[in-house]
Design a protein around this ligand. Sequence first.
Ligand code: NAD
Length: 258
Amino acid sequence: MDLGIAGLRVLVTAGASGIGREVARAFVEEGARVHACDVDEAMLSALGESDPAVTSTVADVADRDAVGRLFEDALSTLGGLDVLINNAGIAGPTGPVDGIEPADWDDCLAVCLTGQFNCTRLAVPHLKASDNASIVNLSSAAGKFGFPLRTPYAAAKWGVIGLTKSLAAELGPHGIRCNAILPGLVEGDRIERVFEARARANNMDVARVRASAVRNVSLRTMVTARQLADQILFLCSPRGRTISGQAISIDGDTQSLS
Ligand code: NAD
């Protein structure tokens, strides 16, 4: 299927590894032009080696000055913007709410939710000038279920749904669509770190935690970053032109996170 996105100008946050890198690569494979940011300078320079087509800026999405510099770089490199992928997110602390350090709560919300606002507010004036403008916000299955011991992350990811639906309604008349992607268990290092933290918090074996998480998925599977990237590319292509305001789960039909 030709998605018709050659030349599309795309900004991906947290693009040096994980889901963001897979999304950046998938766009490049289809002929799009991609600028990425990441807070990790070493990972970003490794990306420059492995994926020279992706230009980049070191930036923490929670830092408004750094996001300002990111947009200066991205806009001068790409010459405008058609797509913003608000991908950056951190797991935040795992533990009972009365044991969570307020600073850890603040950090999780600052990256997972406020970071999306920080980037969106600078992207919108440029997206208005595009004839195929799209924002994709990474939420999570934690954005539709209660998630014991992960209150800051779940609060942020539910917040992403509210942000997405509000942006879709507000920006739709300007021809900008906005959707949220809710990944479930995504194969990779991050989910293994999450399983380890959960095992520690519950005094359980990691293998048991992993098996029990997969049992909560109807299809009894994790998903891959490439499956998320495929959906994101479709949404941002002209074929996805009438899809906006949606919270799309790509999670094998996850039933709960408890
Ligand atoms: P990850 O933990 O693998 O991190 C990817 C990149 O994010 C890293 O290179 C890291 O340096 C960068 N990063 C971290 N904080 C940043 C910041 N403040 N500013 C810029 N870059 C930053 O993440 P991932 O698994 O690829 O997840 C990407 C998104 O998908 C996140 O929003 C996450 O919450 C969401 N998600 C992931 C999963 C999963 O199982 N992996 C499940 C549901 C939702």
